[in-house]
Design a protein around this ligand. Sequence first.
Ligand SMILES: Cc1cc2nc3c(=O)[nH]c(=O)nc-3n(C[C@H](O)[C@H](O)[C@H](O)COP(=O)(O)OP(=O)(O)OC[C@H]3O[C@@H](n4cnc5c(N)ncnc54)[C@H](O)[C@@H]3O)c2cc1C
Length: 539
Amino acid sequence: MTTEDGKADYDVLIIGAGIAGMYMLHRLREIGLTTRVLEAGTDVGGTWYWNRYPGARFDSESYSYGYSFSKELLEEWEWSEHFSPQPENLRYCNFVADKFGLRRDMDFNSKVTAAHFNDIANLWTLETEDGKHRTARFLITAIGVFAKPMMPAIDGIDSFKGEAYHTATWPHEQVSFEGKRVGVIGTGATAVQLIQEVAKTAGHLTVFQRTPNWCAPLHNRPITAEEQKEIKTSYEEIFAKCRASYAGFMHDSDRRRALQVSDEERQAFYEKLYREPGFGIWMGNFRDMLVDERANTTISEFVAGKIRERVKDPAIAEKLVPTNHGFGTRRVPMETHYYEVYNQDNVMLVDLRETPITRIMEAGIETSDEMHEFDMIVYATGFDAVTGGYSQIDIRGSGGRTLTDKWADGVRTFLGLQIEGFPNMFTLVGPHNAASFCNIPRCIEQNVDWMADLMTRVKADELNRIESTAEAEEEWTEHVHLMAQRMLFSKTNSWFTGINSNIEGRDQRSVLLYAGGAPGYRDKCDEVAAADYAGMILH
Ligand SMILES: Cc1cc2nc3c(=O)[nH]c(=O)nc-3n(C[C@H](O)[C@H](O)[C@H](O)COP(=O)(O)OP(=O)(O)OC[C@H]3O[C@@H](n4cnc5c(N)ncnc54)[C@H](O)[C@@H]3O)c2cc1C
């Protein structure tokens, strides 16, 4: 992979045509930089293109999720539900792509397998699965945090003779559960959305649960005509609210501490949050709920009580109550009658802590005490989250150093946007970036707008090379670790902390997310830009 003449095909190559890649392309075009987007899928949408399983929908309020950059777009688009389902979300992505003519600068079916930096020419060369090479001065990854779906590490997966699907590579055709014997492996956010749907029509549903999660009611409903009008006139307030909040949502923490109020007041507050739509119970709870164990125990006990109320069989209810982590220290799945599903005669819960899966066979799933026969198995086993997408690409920076080698002892970044030793490469929604723990489009717009300012400078000053210093990277990485330490989630095994039992060697916790909050992160990025990109060398 060489570029002898030093001339690049494009100013910028972007990997990924999701929410981040689409907006980045739009901004770079405005600046007048030649840009090409390479996308593995056959069309735009990213997450909403791939995750087509029944039940997939936003946990963010729809109107807080859409792009804010175009008044015209806000005026033209109408969400039909407070928490919009995947087909509508994908339609939205298509609407944006059509409106701004984005597809003409995109190559689909173009999975990037390698990205190598040429130190002399200051160029990136990207190779796609079809063997094509493209070069650019700058490389911007917009691959998201869920680019690599994970199958469970279970013997015999290929031997199953029935239908088998992973939720993140769901077929484009309709899949029917009608009357079928369906097994679902997993009980994370995706599984919870899916299980509620499968239980409606399946002949029999068996859920294989390893770790129960704390789920909370979504309270979704259609948006009325009246509400639609109100939303249209309140966009400024909605986005201002998101901008001021810790994680870019319409919910921000209550200023009180959990134990500062009386038991009655606390109980009443939890009841109110449990009745309200969306992530309020997670993001709008007492300010110490996610940092103080005693505070956290009070909400965990409250939600445990709700599970016990809603699930009729006390033995099943106990299996559904998490015991190894507190409420909100892992991603909170949002649900609609999820717990009631376990009151149905056609649904069975298998607790894998008691009876682990031993293997998958032609007819179904064998556990330590029983053989479960199925017509269909659904793997709702999630992703190699945050860093998995990077590990799928052979990324080599200055001097041919691989990113795998660079991150061998843990992720290191500057602002979660650049990596020392990888000049001219930028990582939207990358690890250590506030966007990875955010109402993501809100943080994507911040990431992209900041990048657009930098790229404006590139164009004006005809810059060839931008790299972060080792000192800046060290300082930021230390800051990210410090911010994570105070959070209870850093003491819990989950994708937040890089734990994945389906991947060998991924049993040690690491720091992947930025827990210092979106406003603080934005300030830091602005400070760096205002100080003439302090921490970065611009040639
Ligand atoms: C089921 C589900 C529900 C979610 N709900 C919410 C929600 O309610 N609120 C919220 O804020 N976030 C939610 N998320 C997170 C969601 O990922 C983000 O909101 C957002 O879609 C991220 O956009 P992105 O552009 O950064 O990444 P993505 O949407 O993941 O897009 C990345 C694109 O990069 C492409 N790509 C990756 N690697 C390569 C490669 N090597 N070569 C070529 N192309 C590549 C992928 O094919 C993909 O199209 C949800 C995620 C899932 C899975």
